[in-house]
Ligand binder design. Structure first.
Ligand code: UD1
Length: 338
């Protein structure tokens, strides 16, 4: 079975390519390399023994997509391509709406023309906004996102559920990610943030490596056990395995299902920093700073549906996530010359 990964050279896409190839799927990647590099396909090849074909195209470009679908017989699509920086989305909302909606629409139209009826979407727990209760299950209200990036995820979810309602042959799975961190245990693929990182683990590893002067801990006065923000961190390889499970599910079912991909428990910023230091033996210089605009206090996933519907759950520990993130940072991460 042949699976097109849009954004397949990115952080989650590349790890999913590895898991899919290991599970016996044929992977084709489409990526415009706007936030990743072409050598990721060789690294996927070093891990799996298979170098997936890479189409350097813009997924919003229907002419280029049509050519790809004409050349390859594509049975399913996993759509990762998209802009994902929250702050940038506030500053440049139109760019976010244009890109993230156009890519999804071009894909759906091209798939329809070529009879490809399986679509797995890289969505986000950000669609839940600030939750009233935790854990957050899939029936929690969605749509009150605090930024344009989150709204693009929510709007594409709606487009997909409307498309599935209109077409009984279409199978859609919306995967709502919590906080993916870590890296493949080989140290060959991982997260490569361009410029100054925003996400916690990238800031920790860069502070530990001396690239950032120190980690700023945004807020020590949240209503959480130690006052710092609590999130559901999930190892990116576990998350990738969740996509393989979603694809298997979509092969046997029609309609549209939203499923959380999280580990189902929350860790505070301080707990993550301490776990990193204990696992790696490396000190993380840090200071407390004011809360970051738009941040919520606490968020973690209800995971029952993922287990029931996909037969999947996260396996790796916070220590695994810290160890693998650090190995990646030292081997090939920002500031290294791999
Ligand atoms: C953020 C996005 C979310 C997106 C996700 C992708 C916001 C409001 N949300 O989630 O939409 O889907 O990234 O990965 O930006 N922290 C620090 N210092 C840092 C960085 C983070 O203390 O230098 C804290 C944050 O305040 C938060 C936690 O670490 O409590 C996790 O932050 P982050 O990794 O940025 O993820 P989210 O904010 O949960």
């Amino acid at each position: 079975m042949s699976v097109l990964l849009t954004g397949g050279t990115g952080f989650v896409g590349s790890h999913t390519a590895v898991e899919l190839i290991n599970a016996g799927y044929d992977v084709v990647i489409a990526d415009n390399l706007s936030n990743s590099s072409a050598d990721v396909v060789d690294r996927i090849g070093r891990i799996t023994g298979v170098v997936p074909p890479l189409y350097v195209i813009d997924v919003a470009d229907k002419t280029a997509l049509n050519k790809l679908f004409d050349e390859r017989s594509i049975d399913a699509v996993i759509h990762f391509a998209g802009y994902k920086a929250v702050g940038e989305s506030v500053a440049r909302p139109l760019m976010y709406y244009r890109n993230n909606l156009d890519t999804a629409l071009s894909l759906l139209e091209t798939m329809e023309e070529h009879g490809t009826r399986i679509f797995v979407f890289s969505s986000s727990a950000t669609v839940y906004g600030d939750p009233e209760t935790v854990p957050i299950d899939e029936s929690s209200p969605a749509g009150s996102c605090s930024n344009p990036y989150g709204r693009t995820k929510y709007f594409v979810e709606k487009i997909l559920s409307d498309a599935a309602a209109a077409d009984p042959d279409l199978s859609v799975v919306l995967l709502r990610y919590f906080n993916p961190i870590g890296a493949h245990e080989s140290g060959l693929i991982g997260e490569l943030p361009s410029g100054i990182p925003n996400n916690l683990m990238a800031c920790i590893t860069q502070a530990a490596a001396g690239i950032l002067e120190q980690l700023s801990i945004y807020g020590a006065d949240y209503p959480t056990p130690d006052g710092t923000g609590v999130r559901d961190y999930i190892h990116v390889s576990d998350l990738a395995a969740g996509h393989v499970a979603a694809l298997r599910y979509a092969q046997d079912h029609k309609g549209c299902e939203a499923v959380n991909l999280g580990a189902g428990r929350g860790f505070s910023v301080l707990e993550v920093v301490r776990a990193f230091e204990e696992t790696t033996g490396v000190h993380v210089p840090r200071r407390f700073a004011p809360r970051r605009a738009g941040d919520i206090a606490m968020c973690y996933a209800g995971t029952e549906k993922a287990l029931k519907v996909l037969g999947w759950r996260a396996e790796k520990s916070l220590e695994d996530m810290c160890r693998d993130a650090w190995r990646w940072q030292r081997n090939c991460g920002p500031g290294t010359d791999p």
